[in-house]
Design a protein around this ligand. Structure first.
Ligand SMILES: Cc1cc2nc3c(=O)[nH]c(=O)nc-3n(C[C@H](O)[C@H](O)[C@H](O)COP(=O)(O)O)c2cc1C
Length: 278
């Protein structure tokens, strides 16, 4: 099991000591052109988790490759580059420019920009032709039939899945009744996502048996154990890093006494035996 950060939740150049607690670093999603992102306010804390509407603010792929990537390489960590875009060609062209990295995560699920016009499977198929690097498809749990999407991206050539991205939510200012975020809605993250993420990992592992990076509300060693039991091969920490940058080391220490190989996907066997016993 590798412990990673969730895309967009850690800037390794600003906080290298946090990144070095991880087994690999996942970048913020990179798009073909630079993006300022959405207007502020674009972060809101709610009683149920964090809402963000950053809108994929990033320097664009050319500046990322020329300026950011060389500095990230100096960290000496396996690098996962998160790739985004607005058409299958956007994604594929960025994939073709990347080399000498650990893997590519295709962000097929950002809730804060308009939906990509092409389907997840079309995008994966285009990227498969453009690169031989490992491709992880990051899906949203908002799909009505997530197993179907997972099977489709597997058939299109994905090597793994990243589950899950944030889910659309909205917060109101109690006195004005206006939305707190300028964009209106944003992506909900944090502890409230965990049961949804566990379900997504459980469903997609059963549907594909692909390696899965499980994420959504992970903040403790128990959260990691639960993800692995549902079928996650690797686990990523997102929102928890903002308030608890020491979480990766603490979680790793707590897991030192746990045999994760023994726990891997065991929730599937447990579910089956209870169904048959009923
Ligand atoms: C501030 C913020 C920015 C994010 N930016 C990205 C992004 O650029 N690309 C992406 O795929 N996911 C992005 N995410 C989603 C996270 O990678 C992760 O899938 C989600 O937050 C669930 O994990 P968590 O509950 O541990 O935060 C972002 C999340 C947050 C909170």
């Amino acid at each position: 099991m590798q412990l990673l950060n969730a895309s967009g939740c850690l800037d390794a150049l600003v906080a290298p000591d946090v990144a070095r607690q991880l087994d690999g670093f996942v970048t913020k999603t990179i798009t073909p052109l630079p993006r300022e992102g959405n207007a502020p306010p674009r972060i809101a804390e709610t009683a149920h988790g964090m809402l963000n509407a950053i809108g994929l603010a990033n320097p664009g792929r050319d500046r990322f490759i020329a300026e950011h990537l060389p500095r990230l390489r100096e960290l000496g960590l396996p690098l996962w580059i998160s790739v985004g875009g607005f058409s299958a060609d956007d994604y594929a062209e960025t994939c073709a420019l990347l080399s000498d990295i650990h893997a590519i995560e295709l962000n097929l699920s950002c809730p804060n920009v308009d939906e990509a016009a092409d389907s997840a499977a079309e995008i994966v198929a285009a990227c498969r032709l453009a690169t031989s690097l490992p491709l992880y498809a990051k899906l949203s749990a908002a799909h009505p039939d997530l197993a179907e999407v997972a099977r489709a991206v597997a058939a299109a050539g994905a090597d793994g899945l990243s589950l899950i991205n944030t889910l659309r939510g909205l917060a109101l200012d109690a006195s004005t009744h206006e939305t707190v975020l300028a964009r209106g809605s944003g992506g909900l993250s944090g502890p409230s996502l965990k049961p949804i993420a566990l379900h997504a990992v459980h469903t997609c592992y059963a549907a594909t048996r692909l390696p899965i990076i499980g994420m959504g509300g992970v903040a403790t060693a128990q959260d990691v154990v639960d993800m692995v039991a549902c079928g996650a091969k690797h686990v990523a920490i997102g929102t928890a890093l903002f308030s608890d940058p020491g979480a990766p080391s603490r979680i790793r220490d707590a897991l030192a006494v746990v045999d994760l190989d023994d726990i891997f996907a065991c929730a599937h066997a447990a579910t089956k035996s209870r169904v048959y016993a009923a």
